[in-house]
Design a protein around this ligand. Structure first.
Ligand code: DLL
Length: 432
């Protein structure tokens, strides 16, 4: 089953011709509408005319998250806000989020990309789909919501959390599709079992994504919930979910190649690697108007297979994300950069610049403990001041990260010191 068979089964030549045409358009669009890109492209001597084949993309400089941060909030938008109909955001590397904007056309293309992937995974208009991603600035929920609605499925926007009610509705509505992060799906399964209703659920399909999931974990969740689950990839800077996703054959995630041009690079030398190599994924958005991206460095590690899939789709398939080239963590589906935490801590007196992040998983839910050293022993005498400091740090971390943390103030000089690169992150999730 296809959502748009013609587009999804184009020949490689047709895909590449379309990508080239769109890349030329994009270069022109960016230099005309976005001063940042105008200057970058001019400096690099790149105009649409200089792009004669897809390989000529190499003349275009890479874009990074720092470029988005430096142009906060709307500096990289390709349209004035009167043409922007939606804004989403994800974690930035410091205090301010990474903000993205969508025009009406962007929302339409996003919906189409999502609808294709929903159909590829086996969703139909007969399905009742419960979206248990958090609604809000996060792109996951509304992305899937629009795509599923477009194919005619009945969408239930429960959002994440309130798990018992979530399960009650799942049972009462006889929901057939669960949209969630794999870890939340696992938690839902466990809770439903505890509530004694696991056999009363009618789930058949899981649309998962936004964080990594091993094959072992996936089969465990599939067994518990009685679903067939697909992996879906995307990121806010590129659109949200809808960039790529698995079909029923689950041999890689089909990339919506008419909207995204992928390259794989060596993150050290920044050289483009030969097709099929493993490396950092770099993505150029081919149709986006709100906030187009030229050669965006995702920091995600993958490899791309260009052979036609058994499902008949000709769009290339990327492997599951194999890791990151930076220290970004996904905690309860939310991107967390240690640098965000550091920038919060640096605003406080009375604490030393020594901290440790301990991540654990209990009952399928991630927990983040931030251990911070006191600057000296003076506060130890004063419980209320200590509590005030702890509460203030907790509050600021919640504001910046958007998730709950446990803040522990520890005695001066009690955390380990490092001779070389500090190892501030203790991720114990795979050990529990
Ligand atoms: O996580 C978009 C999304 C929502 C994708 C729902 C799929 C489903 P961000 O919050 O900006 O966007 O986080 C993007 O999450 O660079 C990856 O490191 C990671 N990520 C996203 N999908 C996957 C996946 C959404 N399927 C960052 N497997 C990306 C592994 C993933 N990591």
């Amino acid at each position: 089953m296809f959502f748009q068979k013609d587009a999804e089964t184009m020949s490689r030549k047709q895909i590449e011709d379309l990508q080239l045409e769109r890349l030329k358009w994009l270069v022109d669009y960016c230099s005309k509408n976005i001063p940042f890109y105008h200057d970058r492209l001019e400096k690099a001597g790149v105009t649409a005319d200089k792009i004669k084949c897809l390989e000529d993309i190499k003349y275009i400089p890479y874009t990074t998250k720092a470029d988005i941060r430096d142009n906060y909030p709307f500096g990289l938008f390709g349209q004035p806000t009167k043409n922007i109909v939606r804004i989403h955001a994800s974690s930035g590397t410091t205090g301010k989020p990474t903000v993205v904007g969508y025009t009406k056309n962007d929302i339409e293309n996003w919906t189409t990309c999502m609808a294709r992937l929903c159909v590829a995974s086996g969703a139909t208009e007969d399905d009742i789909a419960q979206v248990a991603f958090g609604y809000g600035l996060f792109t996951g929920a509304l992305g899937l919501h629009y795509g599923l609605e477009r194919i005619g499925a009945t969408v239930v926007p429960t959002s994440s959390g309130n798990t018992e009610k979530q399960i009650m509705l799942m049972q009462d509505f006889q929901t057939t599709i669960l949209v969630a992060t794999p870890s939340y799906a696992q938690y839902i399964g466990e809770k439903a079992r505890e509530m004694g209703v696991i056999d009363k659920l009618n789930l058949r399909l899981g649309l998962f994504g936004s964080e990594g999931c091993t094959e072992e974990l996936r089969s465990q969740i599939e067994k518990t919930l009685g679903v067939f689950a697909t992996d879906n990839y995307g990121m806010s800077e590129l659109m949200g979910p809808g960039v790529s996703g698995e079909c029923r054959h689950r041999c890689g995630l089909h990339i919506n190649e008419d909207h995204f041009l992928m390259e794989v690079i060596d993150p050290e030398t920044l050289d483009v690697l030969p097709k099929g190599s493993k490396g950092e994924l770099v993505v150029t958005t081919l149709t986006k108007e709100g906030i187009p991206m030229l050669r965006y460095r995702t920091k995600d590690i993958t490899q791309i297979d260009y052979d036609t899939c058994k499902c008949g789709r000709t769009f290339a398939r990327m492997s599951k994300i194999m890791g990151r080239t930076d220290d970004m963590l996904k905690i309860r589906g939310v991107n967390v950069f240690p640098s965000q935490i550091e920038s919060v801590l640096m605003n406080f007196n009375n604490i030393a610049p020594h901290y440790q992040l301990v991540i654990t998983r209990a009952k399928f839910t991630d927990a983040l403990e931030v251990k911070i050293e006191l600057a000296d022993g003076s506060l130890l005498e004063n419980y209320s001041e200590l509590e005030n400091l702890r509460n203030a740090i907790h509050h600021d971390l919640k504001t910046v990260l958007g998730i709950e943390t446990k803040v522990s103030l520890v005695e001066h000089k009690s955390l380990e010191r490092f001779q070389g690169k500090a190892k501030r992150i203790l991720d114990l999730r795979n050990e529990s």
